[in-house]
Design a protein around this ligand. Sequence first.
Ligand SMILES: *Cc1c(COP(=O)(O)O)cnc(C)c1O
Length: 421
Amino acid sequence: MDDYQAFETLAIHAGEKADQETGALRGPIHMTTTFKLPKFGVKLFDALFMESPDSPFVYTRWNNPTLRSLEVRLAALEGAEECAVFGSGIGAISALALTLLSAGDHLISSDICYAGALELFGVHLPRFGIEVSLVDGSDPDQIQAAIKENTKLVYIETPANPVLKLTDIRAVSQVTKAAGIPLVVDSTFASPVLQQPLALGADYVIHSLTKYINGHGDALGGMIAGSSKEVHRIRKEMLVHLGSALSPFNAWLINRGVNTLPARVKEQSASALKVARFLEGHPSVERVIYPGLESHPQHALAREQMSGFGGMLSFQLKDGLEGAINLAENIKLFQYATSLGHAHSLIFYYPSDLYVDAVPYYSEEQKKTIREWSGDGVFRTSIGLEDPDDLIQDLDQALGAKSIKGKVAPMVYELLKKYAG
Ligand SMILES: *Cc1c(COP(=O)(O)O)cnc(C)c1O
């Protein structure tokens, strides 16, 4: 194995060994919560004594051979010494935050991130005496300016949900390295196929495995990759104690999904560019935000730090909420659903009044800046593996369909209208 280091090859072979007893090529699913131990085996009865992820298996919340084989594979794909897997992406994010931060510490996070992470940082961490500054992560100077004596962690997401704003990982890592503060990158939208945050200077990379890495919309999972010492510390201190353990069944599904990760993401990137160009030329569309379009304000940065532009794109319509309801009601092939990175194409509307203006932790200035990207609201679109011409045909018919205003349940319409003002 060590002779073959290409990403596509690692996605299929890293961490997998044929079963010694049966020769089975695919590893078994170890659906067990507990493992038989040497009688009076020393030091095994408490997670505090777990010396490494390769310590003997004791209990599945600590580790399990099916989880371990996924961890070894994912570490290889991120070029990391070590990886720990979790029951969900947010399980990974909360374990990382609660290991590295204590009362009196300060966290700097991008102000545009996955909403669950922002709620955790903006609403809950302050309850435990952790100070949080949300800044525009796309500007390294703002991160530099926010650093204080007690800053213990810098957290960014790129491309960021849902407006696909980018952060220059290398530039931010220069700032954090100079200050001796660890840098975390949530790289879920890019997947390890298109972006390698550790090689660009980050200390930790986070993924929601639920998205591209599993790729089929049937299992939740999360991961953190980084140095052996630090990832083991997160496992021992918080994975085990917050309890966000991955199910062995999900680990097996995710491991299976990883085999086709490189092929899926390349296909989805090619289709997304095609769909983005179609939307950009459509008269009902106000703006398309896709890192692969020359019109993306950070297209040059995307070319530099990503090896492709991904399957996620966002767009705004000219006729605001009414147009949005019309599109959502008339779309057929796209599924109106949240989440991303599946074989199915998904579309979901984020009205800015809800996801920007109604949020308690944004300042007025921040709301204004975020609205420059999100307008009245964006359709976040995850391009799947269907034929791109079929996807375009579906968008075209839905955009051209007559308004269905009369057909929308009046209550839903009134509710949305209230928020849209
Ligand atoms: C979905 C998502 C998460 C959270 O992952 P879950 O698996 O749903 O807990 C975190 N970050 C990003 C960018 C995501 O898209």
